[in-house]
Design a protein around this ligand. Structure first.
Ligand code: HXC
Length: 257
């Protein structure tokens, strides 16, 4: 399938998705959303694909939601059509998605990066929620996910002033898992995604689900959820294989069951 706003390529078991609206610094319009949802749905059910990487250009991961698309909309349009609700679908993807961010990740771009399971940043990455400058606010989860990621002080300052964080600050604050030189970003992201795709598939799903549960539950409930999923993995053939392979000092051969 070919897309107008995305480049999609399979690098072995990794689906590499590149946002491709350079004329608008990858601003996220309705078409980007619908194409991205189509790709993630296909990815989630494709047994040959184990991890996705979403990236942008060297200049911009994405400079936000598309301001030109939103400009003329009124409350009835936005609320009536629950504008941005489609992005919730993206977060329901069960397999892991890594955001590989170089350049600007602003507004909806920062929010999209935070909807991914973790963010790998190039040293050129800059994160911000500048919506207040447009007399609006984050609308794709930024006020919630940024606050959970970096705490109230930084999130509040960023949302109220629109100040950007550079890659080093983002790493110190826990927004990104690692910073790598810009020239190595894609290679490093694909390498990391390939490692994930090489793990037993059901264990990957369970690990993602339980880490995400930390954001939805209290500690005791979260620990219980983890333990039940952990118990469940002992019903898989891959658990037998994984532990046998360790004992026999060889790589595991996964069946995904
Ligand atoms: C639509 C955008 C855009 C956006 C950039 N462009 N960001 N178009 N929506 N979010 C377009 C510009 O209009 C311009 O098109 C082209 O991309 C290049 O951008 P420049 O501004 O010329 O580039 P530069 O001077 O290098 O500045 C880069 C920038 C700046 C600092 C990233 O573009 C910028 O501030 N962008 C907006 C960032 C922002 O406010 N994001 C939040 C959006 S609101 P032309 O046609 O002029 O060449 C959001 C959430 C909304 O995301 C939720 C509430 C509803």
């Amino acid at each position: 399938t070919s897309y107008e706003t995305l480049l999609v390529e399979n690098r072995g078991p990794v689906t590499l998705v590149t946002l491709n609206r350079p004329q608008a610094l990858n601003a996220l319009n309705s078409q980007v959303l619908s194409e991205l949802l189509e790709v993630t749905r296909a990815f989630d059910v494709d047994a040959s694909q184990g991890c996705m990487v979403v990236t942008g250009s060297g200049k911009a991961f994405a400079a936000g939601a598309d301001i030109k698309e939103m400009q003329a909309q009124g409350f009835a349009d936005m609320y009536g059509h629950d504008f941005f609700a489609g992005w919730d679908q993206f977060t329901r993807t069960r397999k892991p998605i890594i955001a590989a961010v170089a350049g600007y990740a602003l507004g909806g771009g920062c929010e999209l990066a935070m909807m991914c399971d973790f963010i790998l940043a190039a040293d050129t990455a800059r994160f911000g929620q500048p919506e207040v400058k447009l007399a609006v606010s984050p609308g794709m989860g930024g006020s919630q996910r940024l606050t959970r990621a970096v705490g109230k002080a930084k999130a509040m300052e960023m949302c109220l002033t629109g100040r950007m964080m550079d890659a080093a600050e983002a790493e110190r604050a826990g927004l990104v898992s690692r910073v790598v030189p810009a020239a190595e970003l894609i290679e490093e992201a694909v390498k990391t995604a390939t490692a994930i795709a090489g793990m037993a598939p059901l264990a990957v799903l369970a690990n993602k689900e339980m880490v995400n549960a930390a954001f939805e539950t209290g500690l005791q409930q979260g620990v219980q959820f983890e333990r039940r999923l952990f118990h469940g993995l002992f019903g898989t053939e891959d658990q037998k294989e994984g532990m046998a392979a360790f004992v026999e000092k060889r790589p595991g051969q996964w069946k995904g069951k």
